[in-house]
Design a protein around this ligand. Structure first.
Ligand SMILES: NC(=O)c1ccc[n+]([C@@H]2O[C@H](COP(=O)([O-])OP(=O)(O)OC[C@H]3O[C@@H](n4cnc5c(N)ncnc54)[C@H](OP(=O)(O)O)[C@@H]3O)[C@@H](O)[C@H]2O)c1
Length: 329
């Protein structure tokens, strides 16, 4: 076989697929690098600050917690599993020896658990400078919690709503504080129906409970920002983009396999955490509130439903009733 035919069989055979895949991966990585905020250029120091990160034991929550701790913050890893939380804490501690970390147990799908956690937290830390509502689930069919909430909406929306409100006093006492709500681009496919919170309302197709719950979180972000105007507390939401984490662990094996295969081309948790860290740390965001940021860290219009003030107020009132906020706190 001539040298040329050997070369062409390599280029047009399996070798070409490999080269194409590698080139594609390289371009994706370069694209991410050029479109992501440069964390290293941010000089924000968090010494003496208290930060709470929900879902801190895996994925982006763990990366965010590690970076906040590296910058001197006392970080409360708010996790539902003591075991997984301890493991993440040990890993972060091993990576940054001076990290000041504390594990807090909270199941965000349970209002009782959130109240217990918030009581403990407020006793320990009367001032909180940063709350990252990061924990979420996806891939669950309609399921009711023992408290009568729909599981996905309870975890992804009602939990953050209740926790943030219970911690409001501590955030305001900090004088300057931020709340970061981790939403998702998939909210574009959601809609707002308060009845979904208790498992009623218009029927939802596969995984639409996740999309809708993220839309509610963005609507809540806008309403909370209006209510917190002038208090020194800002609240924004962000889409981290498509990131290879454990988020698909409740899907069937075929979805998980597809996600695994795509992991070569999508962001890793470190890259996915950048937009969340941007909202948590960037000095230029001082005073910016009620905004939704794309995964490229740019202020973007959220879906129309999340921009509607009347819908947001109605959702707020329904959530206050559902969580008994005000009556017990
Ligand atoms: N990955 C993506 O492509 C993507 C895209 C858009 C938005 N997001 C959002 O990014 C955020 C972080 O997700 P991730 O991708 O990093 O996924 P992940 O690795 O699965 O992290 C989710 C975290 O939430 C915790 N969690 C789940 N249910 C909880 C509950 N009831 N109480 C307390 N903690 C609970 C999980 O704890 P356990 O380990 O105990 O389950 C885990 O630590 C989520 O809000 C997600 O919706 C992700």
């Amino acid at each position: 076989m001539s040298l040329w035919s050997q070369f062409s069989s390599l280029v047009w055979g399996p070798g070409s697929v490999l080269i194409l895949v590698l080139l594609l991966r390289l371009s994706v990585q370069l694209w991410h690098k050029s479109h992501l905020w440069d964390l290293q250029c941010c000089s924000t120091d968090l010494t003496g600050k208290v930060a709470v990160v929900t879902g801190a034991n895996s994925g982006m929550g763990k990366v965010v917690s590690q970076e906040l701790a590296r910058r001197g913050a006392r970080v409360i890893l708010a996790c539902r599993s003591r075991e997984r939380g301890q493991q993440a804490l040990a890993e972060i501690q091993a990576a940054s020896k001076d990290a000041c970390l504390l594990l807090g147990e909270v199941d965000l799908s349970s209002m009782a658990s959130i109240r217990t956690f918030a009581r403990w937290l407020l006793e320990e830390y009367p001032e909180i400078h940063l709350l990252v509502n990061n924990a979420a689930i996806c891939g669950f069919p309609k399921t009711l919690t023992p408290e009568g909430l729909e599981l996905t909406f309870a975890t992804n929306y009602v939990g953050p709503f209740l926790l943030t409100n219970l911690l409001q006093g501590a955030l305001q006492r900090a004088e300057s504080a931020r709340v970061v709500n981790v939403s998702s681009f998939t909210q574009e496919r959601g809609y707002i129906d308060e009845e979904h919170l208790t498992g009623a309302g218009r029927p939802l197709t596969f995984n639409q409970n996740y999309y809708c719950s993220k839309l509610l979180l963005t609507s809540f972000t806008g309403e909370l920002a209006r209510r917190l105007q002038g208090t020194g507390v800002t609240v924004n939401s962000v889409d981290p983009g498509v990131v290879y984490t454990e988020i698909m662990k409740h899907f069937s094996w075929s979805y998980r396999l597809l996600f695994k295969l795509s992991s070569f081309f999508i962001k890793d948790p470190k890259q996915g955490a950048i937009p969340i860290l941007y909202l948590s740390l960037a000095k230029e965001l001082d005073g910016i509130s009620g905004k939704y940021f794309s995964s490229s860290c740019v202020i973007t219009h959220p879906p129309k439903a999340a921009q509607d003030h009347l819908v947001a107020q109605s959702l707020w009132n329904a959530s206050v009733q559902l969580t008994n906020l005000g009556k017990m706190d």
